[in-house]
Write a protein that binds this ligand. Structure first.
Ligand SMILES: [Mn+2]
Length: 356
């Protein structure tokens, strides 16, 4: 933990700032281990102060290490003023994505003698490459997802509602040690499977339908993300062919994942396969995204990512899909971690078509 703060402090000079205000709770957790759901972190070369309130007294605050914790009854930013940690003429960096317009103006008013400098991804940039420990947590979250998926297969039959399957998946993941879901579970069947992000509805599963399930859980703050598409009833040849196109495209990209490859080339490999099969215009999103404390984070695995290269420590998804608007849709998604130059797949549920 303290190393991450040191790393951050070492970047102050080259970024022309004297101190930094962290307002993203995920970033605060990343730097300090603080799990409370309100607080701000002030970092200067000499002082590191976590400002939060009495709701987190005890257990939560005790787990925070190497950082001075200050519990307050005031507004957090007003407490900073009281703490006298900021010097006149200081240049302070802040997280533009995680400061509301209101807070920004309140800060400007309170500290009108400071120079403010916004940063888009100061800490997020550090988060791209994961440590062994972080990958272990993501792997554990993936194992929970794998187990829950296997348990839920029995439950998927004609007449069951999508929302019931979602509830069952979420319940199982929690029973297996998952902390909470990272997004509303997607269960999309039949015509709804052609909506890439079809959150579970009250539609009942019917025979002759694909069921796309995209779900996630957190473990020690780290997310999993996985999609499987199963078939209920007897698939037609068209259904099997369609599934196979996604399956092969996903496999090609997965197997091409190793250190040094361009991220856009991974997308290109899957996209070429789908295009050559005649479904190019139905693969309507990028191949994948980074996963960590956020279920969607850097890097973007896309043909539009012109400079990104696969690096050791990265963790990202590979999730091609085909969505036929007048028919049905299919997606297969796995998480890959780059370790020892190779891509290790962390989600291991069956990828070949499961027919129920
Ligand atoms: Mn995903």
């Amino acid at each position: 933990m303290p190393d991450r703060i040191k790393e951050l402090q070492s970047k102050f000079k080259s970024n022309n700032i004297d101190c930094f205000l962290v307002t993203s709770l995920k970033n605060i957790y990343y730097l300090t281990g603080f799990t409370g759901d309100a607080g701000i972190l002030f970092i200067s070369p000499r002082k590191v102060k976590l400002i939060t309130d009495y709701r987190f007294q005890g257990e939560v605050v005790d787990r925070v290490h190497n950082v001075e914790v200050c519990l307050t009854r005031k507004k957090y930013f007003k407490e900073i003023a009281t703490q006298r940690v900021i010097k006149r003429k200081d240049r302070i960096g802040f997280e533009s994505r995680h400061v509301s317009y209101n807070l920004y103006w309140e800060l400007r008013k309170k500290f009108d003698w400071l120079k403010f400098k916004s940063f888009d991804s100061f800490i997020e940039d550090l988060r791209v490459k994961k440590t062994k420990e972080e990958i272990k947590n993501i792997k554990k979250a993936c194992e929970i997802s794998d187990k829950a998926f296997l348990e839920v297969l029995d439950y998927i039959k004609p007449g069951v509602r999508e929302i019931e399957i979602a509830a069952e998946l979420e319940y199982r993941m929690k029973k297996l040690g998952g902390e909470k879901v990272a997004f509303d579970t997607i269960v999309a069947s039949g015509f709804r499977s052609s909506i890439p992000h079809g959150t579970a509805s009250d539609k009942k599963i019917k025979r002759g339908e694909f069921v796309v399930m995209d779900f996630s859980t957190y473990y020690r703050g780290y997310a999993s993300d996985m999609t499987r598409t199963v078939f209920v009833g007897t698939p037609t040849d068209k259904d099997k062919d369609l599934y196979d196109v996604v399956y092969q495209a996903q496999k090609l990209a997965r197997e091409a994942t190793k250190e040094g490859t361009k991220l856009k080339d991974l997308d290109r490999i899957a996209r070429n396969y789908i295009e050559n099969s005649g479904y190019g215009k139905y693969f309507t999103h990028s191949l994948g995204h980074g996963v960590g404390l956020d279920v969607h984070e850097a890097p973007v695995v896309s043909i539009k990512n012109h400079n990104g290269i696969v690096e050791n420590g990265m963790v990202f998804t590979i999730e091609p899909g085909i969505y036929l608007p007048e028919y049905q849709g299919i997606r297969i998604e796995d998480i890959v971690a780059i370790r020892n130059k190779r891509g290790d797949v962390l989600t291991n549920s069956e990828r070949e078509l499961i027919v129920l």
